[in-house]
Design a protein around this ligand. Structure first.
Ligand SMILES: Cc1cc2nc3c(=O)[nH]c(=O)nc-3n(C[C@H](O)[C@H](O)[C@H](O)COP(=O)(O)OP(=O)(O)OC[C@H]3O[C@@H](n4cnc5c(N)ncnc54)[C@H](O)[C@@H]3O)c2cc1C
Length: 413
């Protein structure tokens, strides 16, 4: 049984399907029949970049899906050559790479993945079903309580995966069953996203990502979308980017690079503004659990919700779904004790990436240390060295540890 039918829950269902006769997925939301934003996944209205690993895992779990996306208007992009990166105020030098993302709207992504997963033998997806609790007997989860239009029902399950995202109630469910709540790591960011969709000249294939600096704690993404569109998401730490179109463009011009403002000037607004507030980076440390019921696993944003500017949420969920599939291929017993420590490994790397940048922007008492100075030198050097940009992109894609950026060996003398 999987709670949550967003990206993490869907990839989980695909990972479980070869090993279970039935995989039942419950989601509290009404799941639309066309690609459009839905109530419980408000981030669907905001820019989403799909990094290499998530595309690779989707293809492994659902063979042929990448080409199907392309047939629906999405594009495989070269994350170095097709994307302009501005980090620490520097336009990074790029050269063609083998890091291929998928340029696609979040709504088309989820819609098509859901269609593919729903078509897998034995998989059932039930919208408007809220998982409200777990029943733990003799140290194992035996069933979940589900609320829908009728009376609440208890549903038996051999395995329960919590993929209910940032609003997960798993800590409460554990506490109600007599288990300790997880320790939570938090770094407050108070980040506001405001997004608009614009028309795009069909000949343009580029995307732009502009990170914040200490002097300008503002960021922006302009991502290529299917249907001759771009989506712009402007983000402010502690301050909401303005809603009015002229003010929005002024704000875009005030980012560490004016590239987004210059690119969308004159384009027609098709949708927006839409807002999303991200209070904090959050990591629920299930990997530290000293007692844990068998047959229960968390996955995706239910474990960690990171600053989305780094674009790693779906990649983390993909890596965890692949891990689950591989552990099941090995054997079915002791799943939680084998999964929980390992699912935290990519989170630790993504957490290091997100919090290293955010601490400098959000903590008034922050004093740069040697690592911060090395990262500053790294980006300065990457402005003229595409090999360093390639390394940065491998780190962002969770293919290399964040420590590579602060490693003195990495930097030119
Ligand atoms: C503004 C923004 C921009 C982002 N940009 C990127 C990006 O560029 N790249 C990237 O990889 N990631 C990005 N992310 C993160 C990404 O959206 C998530 O990591 C991704 O959606 C996977 O999350 P999830 O499936 O774990 O949770 P969610 O997407 O939050 O889904 C949780 C699901 O659980 C359901 N649910 C909740 N409670 C219950 C319940 N009790 N019972 C049943 N169902 C329930 C909800 O209806 C929902 O369908 C961004 C996030 C935000 C907020």
């Amino acid at each position: 049984m999987v709670a949550g039918a967003s990206m993490a829950g869907l990839m989980t269902a695909a990972a479980l399907q070869p090993w279970y006769r039935r995989v039942v997925v419950f989601d509290r939301d009404a799941l639309p029949g066309t690609p459009r934003a839905r109530r419980c996944v408000g981030q669907g209205r905001h820019a989403h970049g799909l990094l290499t690993t998530s595309v690779d895992v989707l293809e492994e779990l659902l063979p042929g899906i990448t080409e199907e996306f392309v047939a629906k208007g999405a594009r495989r992009d070269d994350l170095a050559a097709d994307v302009a990166w501005v980090s620490n105020g520097h336009h990074l030098a790029t050269a063609p790479s083998d890091l291929r993302g998928l340029a696609v709207s979040r709504v088309l992504l989820e819609h098509h993945v859901r269609a593919r997963v729903a078509a897998l033998p034995g998989v059932e997806i039930h919208p408007e079903h809220i998982v409200t609790g777990i029943d733990v007997t003799d140290g194992a989860v035996r069933r979940v309580r589900v609320a829908s239009s009728g009376p609440d029902q208890w549903v038996d399950a051999d395995l329960v995966v919590d993929a209910t995202g940032r609003a997960s109630r798993l800590p409460d469910w554990l506490a109600q069953a007599g288990y300790p709540r997880p320790r939570e790591e938090q770094l407050r960011v108070d980040l506001y996203y405001v997004s608009r969709v614009y028309t795009r000249d069909p000949a343009r294939i580029d995307s732009i990502l502009i990170g914040p600096t200490a002097d300008a704690p503002r960021a922006g993404a302009l991502l290529w979308l299917e249907g001759d569109r771009w989506i712009a998401s402007l983000a402010g730490y502690g301050v909401r980017p303005p809603f009015g179109e002229a003010e929005y463009l002024d704000y875009a011009a005030s980012l560490p690079s004016p590239l987004i403002a210059e690119t969308v000037a004159g384009a027609e607004v098709l949708d927006g503004p839409h807002i999303f507030h991200i209070p904090a980076n959050l990591w629920r440390r299930y990997d530290e659990a000293t007692a844990w019921p068998a047959g229960l696993l968390p996955l995706g944003d239910s474990i960690s919700v990171l600053n989305p500017l780094y674009g790693q949420g779906i990649t983390l969920a993909a890596i965890q779904a692949r891990l689950l599939r591989d552990l099941l291929a090995d054997r079915r017993d002791d799943l939680a004790s084998r999964y929980l420590p390992r699912c935290a490994e990519p989170v630790a790397n993504a957490w290091a990436i997100a919090t290293a940048g955010d601490a400098a922007l959000t903590d008034p008492s922050f004093q740069p240390g040697p690592d911060d100075e090395r990262v500053a030198r790294f980006f300065e050097a990457a402005a003229t060295d595409p090999d360093l940009t390639q390394l940065f992109l491998e780190v962002i894609n969770l293919k290399q540890p964040y420590s590579r950026l602060t490693d003195p060996q990495t930097l030119p003398v």
